[in-house]
Ligand binder design. Structure first.
Ligand SMILES: [Mg+2]
Length: 105
């Protein structure tokens, strides 16, 4: 699924439930941050090694992937509300990063 397909699917899902009225830019940005906090709860007090070990448990891996999905969902809906094409935004930013951090030979 590419970014545009994802956006269309998410907007259709929320519009079918009448949730669009709640999806203001501020509410979506706050929700993305809340979901990122839920993701971080899985890592609180854990070392990188412990985190990598924990995702060998399929249930733990699914719980973490659910939170990553929640963050992506809210950011995708935020971009939709602001008229931002995520694919273009990522490509443009990657280009800027490449100029800022050129390869050293
Ligand atoms: Mg969540």
């Amino acid at each position: 699924m590419d970014f545009r397909e994802l956006e269309e699917k998410l907007v259709a899902f929320r519009d079918a439930r009448g949730w669009g009225k709640y999806h203001t830019p501020k509410n979506l940005a706050v929700s993305a941050a809340v979901e990122l906090g839920e993701l971080l709860e899985h890592f609180q007090w854990e070392s990188d090694g412990e985190i990598l070990e924990s995702v060998k448990d399929p249930a733990k891996k699914e719980a973490i992937s659910d939170e990553i999905a929640d963050v992506v969902i809210y950011l995708t809906l935020l971009a939709h509300e602001l008229g931002i094409d995520i694919g273009e935004a990522v490509e443009r930013k990657l280009g800027k990063n490449g100029e800022k951090y050129p390869l050293r030979t």
